[in-house]
Design a protein around this ligand. Structure first.
Ligand SMILES: Nc1ncnc2c1ncn2[C@@H]1O[C@H](COP(=O)(O)OP(=O)(O)O)[C@@H](O)[C@H]1O
Ligand SMILES: [Mg+2]
Length: 360
Protein backbone atom coordinates (compact mmCIF):
# COMPACT_ATOMS: atom_id res chain seq x y z
CA UNK A 1 0.00 0.00 0.00
CA UNK A 2 1.14 3.49 -0.86
CA UNK A 3 1.06 5.75 2.16
CA UNK A 4 2.19 9.30 2.68
CA UNK A 5 3.93 9.51 6.05
CA UNK A 6 5.14 13.06 6.18
CA UNK A 7 5.19 16.32 4.26
CA UNK A 8 7.18 19.48 4.92
CA UNK A 9 6.18 22.70 3.23
CA UNK A 10 8.58 25.61 3.01
CA UNK A 11 7.36 28.94 1.64
CA UNK A 12 4.55 27.15 -0.19
CA UNK A 13 1.40 29.29 -0.46
CA UNK A 14 0.31 30.32 3.05
CA UNK A 15 2.82 27.97 4.73
CA UNK A 16 6.10 29.50 5.92
CA UNK A 17 7.53 26.30 7.27
CA UNK A 18 5.22 23.51 8.45
CA UNK A 19 5.49 19.74 8.69
CA UNK A 20 2.69 17.21 8.97
CA UNK A 21 3.05 13.59 10.06
CA UNK A 22 0.37 11.22 8.86
CA UNK A 23 -0.23 8.22 11.06
CA UNK A 24 -3.53 6.87 9.72
CA UNK A 25 -4.92 5.73 6.42
CA UNK A 26 -7.82 8.17 6.74
CA UNK A 27 -6.75 11.75 7.38
CA UNK A 28 -9.24 14.53 8.10
CA UNK A 29 -7.98 18.07 7.63
CA UNK A 30 -10.23 20.65 9.27
CA UNK A 31 -10.11 24.41 9.56
CA UNK A 32 -11.97 27.57 8.66
CA UNK A 33 -11.87 29.11 5.19
CA UNK A 34 -8.46 30.37 4.20
CA UNK A 35 -6.56 28.22 6.70
CA UNK A 36 -4.69 26.27 4.04
CA UNK A 37 -6.64 23.01 3.65
CA UNK A 38 -6.71 23.15 -0.13
CA UNK A 39 -3.10 24.31 -0.19
CA UNK A 40 -2.04 21.27 1.82
CA UNK A 41 -3.80 18.89 -0.57
CA UNK A 42 -2.24 20.71 -3.50
CA UNK A 43 1.22 20.36 -1.96
CA UNK A 44 0.66 16.59 -1.78
CA UNK A 45 -0.58 16.60 -5.37
CA UNK A 46 2.43 18.64 -6.41
CA UNK A 47 4.82 16.02 -5.10
CA UNK A 48 3.04 13.33 -7.11
CA UNK A 49 2.82 15.25 -10.39
CA UNK A 50 5.53 17.91 -10.17
CA UNK A 51 2.84 20.49 -10.70
CA UNK A 52 -0.11 22.11 -8.97
CA UNK A 53 -3.60 20.76 -9.52
CA UNK A 54 -5.01 24.29 -9.51
CA UNK A 55 -2.37 26.66 -10.87
CA UNK A 56 -0.70 26.58 -14.25
CA UNK A 57 2.02 29.04 -13.19
CA UNK A 58 4.47 27.49 -10.76
CA UNK A 59 5.53 30.85 -9.35
CA UNK A 60 2.08 31.48 -7.89
CA UNK A 61 2.68 28.65 -5.42
CA UNK A 62 5.55 30.55 -3.84
CA UNK A 63 4.61 32.27 -0.63
CA UNK A 64 4.20 36.02 -1.21
CA UNK A 65 7.49 37.98 -0.98
CA UNK A 66 9.68 34.90 -1.13
CA UNK A 67 11.86 33.69 -3.95
CA UNK A 68 11.12 29.98 -3.94
CA UNK A 69 9.40 27.05 -2.29
CA UNK A 70 10.39 23.57 -1.25
CA UNK A 71 8.26 20.50 -0.63
CA UNK A 72 9.54 17.32 0.92
CA UNK A 73 7.52 14.14 1.31
CA UNK A 74 8.14 10.67 2.65
CA UNK A 75 6.12 7.84 1.19
CA UNK A 76 5.92 4.25 2.38
CA UNK A 77 5.00 1.56 -0.11
CA UNK A 78 5.20 -1.37 2.33
CA UNK A 79 8.65 -2.33 1.02
CA UNK A 80 10.65 0.85 1.41
CA UNK A 81 10.51 4.52 2.21
CA UNK A 82 10.74 6.98 -0.65
CA UNK A 83 11.57 10.63 -0.41
CA UNK A 84 10.44 13.22 -2.93
CA UNK A 85 11.78 16.76 -2.96
CA UNK A 86 10.39 19.52 -5.19
CA UNK A 87 12.18 22.83 -5.34
CA UNK A 88 11.02 25.85 -7.24
CA UNK A 89 12.87 29.14 -7.46
CA UNK A 90 11.78 32.34 -9.15
CA UNK A 91 15.23 32.49 -10.71
CA UNK A 92 16.29 29.09 -11.91
CA UNK A 93 14.88 25.79 -12.94
CA UNK A 94 12.44 23.57 -11.11
CA UNK A 95 14.07 20.62 -9.37
CA UNK A 96 12.60 17.23 -8.64
CA UNK A 97 14.43 14.55 -6.71
CA UNK A 98 13.55 11.00 -5.76
CA UNK A 99 15.62 9.67 -2.89
CA UNK A 100 18.03 12.57 -3.44
CA UNK A 101 18.55 11.66 -7.12
CA UNK A 102 17.46 14.36 -9.58
CA UNK A 103 15.21 13.21 -12.43
CA UNK A 104 16.36 13.54 -16.01
CA UNK A 105 12.81 14.07 -17.19
CA UNK A 106 9.89 14.94 -14.93
CA UNK A 107 7.66 12.70 -17.04
CA UNK A 108 9.51 9.71 -15.52
CA UNK A 109 8.04 10.68 -12.16
CA UNK A 110 4.42 10.76 -13.31
CA UNK A 111 2.60 7.60 -12.33
CA UNK A 112 5.02 6.45 -9.66
CA UNK A 113 2.92 8.07 -6.94
CA UNK A 114 -0.57 8.04 -8.41
CA UNK A 115 -3.15 10.34 -6.86
CA UNK A 116 -6.70 11.42 -7.61
CA UNK A 117 -7.94 14.83 -6.51
CA UNK A 118 -11.60 15.78 -6.29
CA UNK A 119 -12.22 19.48 -5.76
CA UNK A 120 -15.36 21.67 -5.93
CA UNK A 121 -14.51 23.43 -9.19
CA UNK A 122 -14.01 20.15 -10.99
CA UNK A 123 -17.63 20.13 -12.19
CA UNK A 124 -16.18 22.28 -14.97
CA UNK A 125 -15.03 18.97 -16.36
CA UNK A 126 -18.67 18.07 -16.96
CA UNK A 127 -20.13 21.48 -17.73
CA UNK A 128 -17.20 23.14 -19.50
CA UNK A 129 -15.70 22.72 -22.96
CA UNK A 130 -14.40 19.47 -24.42
CA UNK A 131 -10.82 20.52 -23.67
CA UNK A 132 -11.36 19.77 -19.99
CA UNK A 133 -12.58 16.26 -20.71
CA UNK A 134 -9.60 15.59 -22.95
CA UNK A 135 -7.36 16.84 -20.17
CA UNK A 136 -9.03 14.38 -17.81
CA UNK A 137 -8.30 11.49 -20.17
CA UNK A 138 -4.77 12.72 -20.73
CA UNK A 139 -3.98 13.05 -17.03
CA UNK A 140 -5.02 9.47 -16.34
CA UNK A 141 -3.31 8.01 -19.38
CA UNK A 142 -0.06 9.85 -18.67
CA UNK A 143 0.08 8.07 -15.32
CA UNK A 144 -0.47 4.71 -16.94
CA UNK A 145 1.87 4.90 -19.94
CA UNK A 146 4.95 7.13 -20.32
CA UNK A 147 4.69 6.94 -24.10
CA UNK A 148 1.31 8.64 -23.95
CA UNK A 149 2.73 12.00 -22.91
CA UNK A 150 5.51 11.78 -25.48
CA UNK A 151 2.98 11.09 -28.24
CA UNK A 152 0.75 13.88 -27.05
CA UNK A 153 3.61 16.38 -27.07
CA UNK A 154 4.60 15.32 -30.59
CA UNK A 155 1.01 15.48 -31.81
CA UNK A 156 0.48 18.98 -30.46
CA UNK A 157 3.72 20.23 -31.94
CA UNK A 158 2.91 18.91 -35.42
CA UNK A 159 -0.69 20.14 -35.13
CA UNK A 160 0.56 23.63 -34.40
CA UNK A 161 2.84 23.53 -37.45
CA UNK A 162 -0.04 22.26 -39.57
CA UNK A 163 -2.31 25.08 -38.40
CA UNK A 164 0.34 27.73 -39.12
CA UNK A 165 0.85 26.24 -42.56
CA UNK A 166 -2.89 26.42 -43.27
CA UNK A 167 -2.85 30.09 -42.25
CA UNK A 168 0.13 30.73 -44.49
CA UNK A 169 -1.69 29.14 -47.45
CA UNK A 170 -4.36 31.81 -47.16
CA UNK A 171 -1.96 34.66 -46.43
CA UNK A 172 0.20 33.83 -49.42
CA UNK A 173 -2.74 32.94 -51.62
CA UNK A 174 -1.21 29.65 -52.67
CA UNK A 175 -1.28 26.09 -51.41
CA UNK A 176 1.52 23.63 -51.07
CA UNK A 177 -0.29 20.29 -50.66
CA UNK A 178 2.86 18.14 -50.63
CA UNK A 179 4.15 20.10 -47.64
CA UNK A 180 0.84 19.60 -45.84
CA UNK A 181 1.05 15.93 -46.65
CA UNK A 182 4.40 15.68 -44.90
CA UNK A 183 2.85 17.06 -41.73
CA UNK A 184 -0.16 14.77 -42.12
CA UNK A 185 2.16 11.80 -42.18
CA UNK A 186 3.82 12.99 -38.99
CA UNK A 187 0.46 13.50 -37.33
CA UNK A 188 -0.93 10.05 -38.08
CA UNK A 189 1.28 7.96 -35.81
CA UNK A 190 0.93 9.90 -32.55
CA UNK A 191 -2.74 10.56 -33.40
CA UNK A 192 -3.48 6.86 -33.79
CA UNK A 193 -1.53 6.03 -30.65
CA UNK A 194 -3.56 8.47 -28.56
CA UNK A 195 -6.82 7.38 -30.18
CA UNK A 196 -6.18 3.72 -29.39
CA UNK A 197 -5.26 4.52 -25.80
CA UNK A 198 -8.29 6.73 -25.27
CA UNK A 199 -10.56 4.14 -26.84
CA UNK A 200 -9.35 1.37 -24.56
CA UNK A 201 -9.40 3.69 -21.57
CA UNK A 202 -12.98 4.87 -22.12
CA UNK A 203 -14.18 1.32 -22.81
CA UNK A 204 -12.89 0.34 -19.38
CA UNK A 205 -14.07 3.56 -17.75
CA UNK A 206 -17.69 3.57 -18.92
CA UNK A 207 -18.99 0.60 -16.86
CA UNK A 208 -17.16 1.94 -13.81
CA UNK A 209 -18.70 5.40 -14.17
CA UNK A 210 -22.13 3.82 -14.46
CA UNK A 211 -21.48 1.64 -11.41
CA UNK A 212 -20.27 4.52 -9.24
CA UNK A 213 -23.05 6.82 -10.33
CA UNK A 214 -25.59 4.22 -9.22
CA UNK A 215 -23.76 3.76 -5.96
CA UNK A 216 -23.82 7.47 -5.16
CA UNK A 217 -27.17 8.43 -6.63
CA UNK A 218 -29.14 5.26 -5.99
CA UNK A 219 -30.51 3.00 -8.68
CA UNK A 220 -33.13 5.32 -10.08
CA UNK A 221 -31.06 7.37 -12.51
CA UNK A 222 -29.53 5.96 -15.62
CA UNK A 223 -26.28 7.58 -16.72
CA UNK A 224 -24.49 6.78 -19.96
CA UNK A 225 -21.18 7.93 -21.31
CA UNK A 226 -19.74 7.79 -24.80
CA UNK A 227 -16.34 8.51 -26.30
CA UNK A 228 -16.71 10.76 -29.32
CA UNK A 229 -13.92 10.99 -31.87
CA UNK A 230 -13.60 11.94 -35.51
CA UNK A 231 -11.35 8.90 -35.84
CA UNK A 232 -14.21 6.47 -35.22
CA UNK A 233 -14.78 4.45 -38.33
CA UNK A 234 -12.07 5.89 -40.57
CA UNK A 235 -8.30 5.81 -40.77
CA UNK A 236 -6.69 9.02 -39.60
CA UNK A 237 -4.73 9.57 -42.80
CA UNK A 238 -7.85 9.31 -44.96
CA UNK A 239 -9.68 11.53 -42.55
CA UNK A 240 -7.06 14.26 -42.89
CA UNK A 241 -7.32 13.92 -46.63
CA UNK A 242 -11.10 14.28 -46.56
CA UNK A 243 -10.91 17.36 -44.41
CA UNK A 244 -8.24 19.08 -46.46
CA UNK A 245 -10.57 21.50 -48.25
CA UNK A 246 -12.43 22.39 -45.08
CA UNK A 247 -9.18 22.84 -43.18
CA UNK A 248 -7.93 25.15 -45.89
CA UNK A 249 -11.08 27.27 -45.81
CA UNK A 250 -11.15 27.52 -42.01
CA UNK A 251 -7.34 27.78 -41.72
CA UNK A 252 -7.12 25.16 -39.01
CA UNK A 253 -7.26 21.39 -38.54
CA UNK A 254 -10.80 20.16 -38.01
CA UNK A 255 -10.26 16.44 -37.62
CA UNK A 256 -8.16 14.58 -35.10
CA UNK A 257 -7.89 13.59 -31.48
CA UNK A 258 -7.70 17.27 -30.46
CA UNK A 259 -11.46 17.33 -31.16
CA UNK A 260 -12.34 14.27 -29.04
CA UNK A 261 -14.98 14.52 -26.36
CA UNK A 262 -16.89 12.53 -23.78
CA UNK A 263 -20.67 12.72 -24.02
CA UNK A 264 -22.81 12.11 -20.95
CA UNK A 265 -26.51 11.38 -20.93
CA UNK A 266 -28.97 11.11 -18.09
CA UNK A 267 -31.99 8.94 -18.85
CA UNK A 268 -31.30 9.53 -22.54
CA UNK A 269 -31.08 13.34 -22.29
CA UNK A 270 -27.92 15.40 -22.74
CA UNK A 271 -26.49 15.65 -19.25
CA UNK A 272 -25.07 19.17 -19.51
CA UNK A 273 -28.41 20.79 -20.20
CA UNK A 274 -30.66 18.71 -17.96
CA UNK A 275 -28.77 17.61 -14.85
CA UNK A 276 -29.25 19.26 -11.48
CA UNK A 277 -26.32 20.50 -9.42
CA UNK A 278 -26.44 17.42 -7.22
CA UNK A 279 -26.44 15.16 -10.26
CA UNK A 280 -23.44 16.97 -11.72
CA UNK A 281 -21.57 16.43 -8.51
CA UNK A 282 -22.55 12.78 -8.45
CA UNK A 283 -21.26 12.35 -11.98
CA UNK A 284 -18.03 14.12 -11.08
CA UNK A 285 -17.47 11.67 -8.22
CA UNK A 286 -18.39 8.75 -10.42
CA UNK A 287 -15.83 9.82 -13.02
CA UNK A 288 -13.08 10.40 -10.50
CA UNK A 289 -13.69 7.17 -8.62
CA UNK A 290 -13.73 5.31 -11.94
CA UNK A 291 -10.37 6.92 -12.69
CA UNK A 292 -9.21 5.81 -9.27
CA UNK A 293 -10.25 2.19 -9.91
CA UNK A 294 -8.50 2.06 -13.26
CA UNK A 295 -5.31 3.51 -11.86
CA UNK A 296 -5.46 1.04 -9.02
CA UNK A 297 -5.93 -1.90 -11.37
CA UNK A 298 -3.05 -0.67 -13.51
CA UNK A 299 -0.62 -0.02 -10.66
CA UNK A 300 -1.58 -2.92 -8.43
CA UNK A 301 -2.09 -0.62 -5.46
CA UNK A 302 -4.50 2.16 -4.53
CA UNK A 303 -3.63 5.76 -5.48
CA UNK A 304 -3.89 8.52 -2.89
CA UNK A 305 -7.34 10.05 -2.79
CA UNK A 306 -7.49 13.78 -2.12
CA UNK A 307 -11.00 15.02 -1.38
CA UNK A 308 -11.31 18.76 -1.01
CA UNK A 309 -14.47 20.16 0.62
CA UNK A 310 -16.57 17.19 -0.39
CA UNK A 311 -19.20 17.83 2.28
CA UNK A 312 -20.10 21.03 0.46
CA UNK A 313 -21.03 19.01 -2.56
CA UNK A 314 -23.64 16.38 -1.81
CA UNK A 315 -26.70 15.72 0.31
CA UNK A 316 -26.26 13.59 3.44
CA UNK A 317 -27.35 10.35 1.83
CA UNK A 318 -25.07 10.60 -1.15
CA UNK A 319 -22.29 11.75 1.12
CA UNK A 320 -22.61 8.81 3.48
CA UNK A 321 -22.64 6.38 0.53
CA UNK A 322 -19.53 7.94 -0.83
CA UNK A 323 -17.65 8.06 2.45
CA UNK A 324 -18.51 4.45 3.10
CA UNK A 325 -16.89 3.46 -0.16
CA UNK A 326 -13.91 5.76 0.30
CA UNK A 327 -13.16 4.75 3.90
CA UNK A 328 -14.42 1.18 4.26
CA UNK A 329 -14.31 -0.44 0.86
CA UNK A 330 -11.23 1.27 -0.52
CA UNK A 331 -7.96 0.27 1.10
CA UNK A 332 -5.90 3.27 -0.03
CA UNK A 333 -4.95 6.38 1.89
CA UNK A 334 -7.43 9.23 1.78
CA UNK A 335 -7.24 12.89 2.77
CA UNK A 336 -10.51 14.72 3.35
CA UNK A 337 -10.87 18.42 4.12
CA UNK A 338 -13.83 20.14 5.73
CA UNK A 339 -14.64 23.40 7.48
CA UNK A 340 -16.74 21.62 10.14
CA UNK A 341 -14.75 19.36 12.45
CA UNK A 342 -17.80 17.83 14.18
CA UNK A 343 -19.54 17.00 10.91
CA UNK A 344 -16.53 15.04 9.75
CA UNK A 345 -15.98 13.37 13.12
CA UNK A 346 -19.59 12.26 13.29
CA UNK A 347 -19.44 10.80 9.81
CA UNK A 348 -16.30 8.80 10.62
CA UNK A 349 -17.71 7.56 13.90
CA UNK A 350 -20.78 6.29 12.08
CA UNK A 351 -18.50 4.41 9.71
CA UNK A 352 -16.40 3.09 12.61
CA UNK A 353 -13.18 3.93 10.87
CA UNK A 354 -9.84 4.87 12.44
CA UNK A 355 -8.79 8.32 11.39
CA UNK A 356 -6.36 11.09 12.16
CA UNK A 357 -7.68 14.58 12.73
CA UNK A 358 -5.55 17.56 11.79
CA UNK A 359 -6.89 20.96 12.80
CA UNK A 360 -5.38 23.94 11.05
N1 LIG B 1 1.35 32.58 -2.82
C1 LIG B 1 0.77 32.74 -1.63
N2 LIG B 1 1.45 33.27 -0.58
C2 LIG B 1 0.88 33.41 0.62
N3 LIG B 1 -0.38 33.08 0.89
C3 LIG B 1 -1.10 32.55 -0.10
C4 LIG B 1 -0.58 32.35 -1.41
N4 LIG B 1 -1.55 31.82 -2.18
C5 LIG B 1 -2.63 31.70 -1.38
N5 LIG B 1 -2.36 32.13 -0.14
C6 LIG B 1 -3.28 32.17 0.99
O1 LIG B 1 -3.75 30.87 1.25
C7 LIG B 1 -5.04 31.00 1.84
C8 LIG B 1 -6.01 30.04 1.20
O2 LIG B 1 -5.66 28.77 1.50
P1 LIG B 1 -6.59 27.56 1.11
O3 LIG B 1 -5.76 26.36 1.21
O4 LIG B 1 -7.28 27.83 -0.17
O5 LIG B 1 -7.65 27.64 2.31
P2 LIG B 1 -8.82 26.64 2.65
O6 LIG B 1 -8.50 26.15 4.03
O7 LIG B 1 -10.06 27.49 2.65
O8 LIG B 1 -8.83 25.57 1.64
C9 LIG B 1 -5.52 32.40 1.64
O9 LIG B 1 -5.54 33.05 2.88
C10 LIG B 1 -4.50 32.98 0.70
O10 LIG B 1 -4.28 34.34 0.96
MG1 LIG C 1 -10.29 25.11 0.28
Amino acid sequence: MLQLKKISLTQFKNYQFTSFDFSERVVAVCGLNGKGKTNLLDAIYYCCFAKSYFLKTDGLNIRFNNDGFRLETFFDNSKEQQKIVCINRIAGKKELLLNDMPYGKFSEHIGKFPAVMIAPDDVGMIMGGSEERRRFMDMVLCQVDVRYLQNLVTYNKVLQQRNSLLKRFTEQGKTDWPLLEVLDEQLVEPGNFIYDKRKAFTAALIPLVEKFYKLIAGNKENITMEYESSLHGSGFYDLLNNFRQKDFLLQRSNAGIHKDDLIFKLDGQVFKTTASQGQRKSLLFALKLAEFELLKANKGFAPLLLLDDVFEKLDDNRMQQLLHWVCNENEGQVFITDTHTDRLQQAFEKLQVNYQLIEL
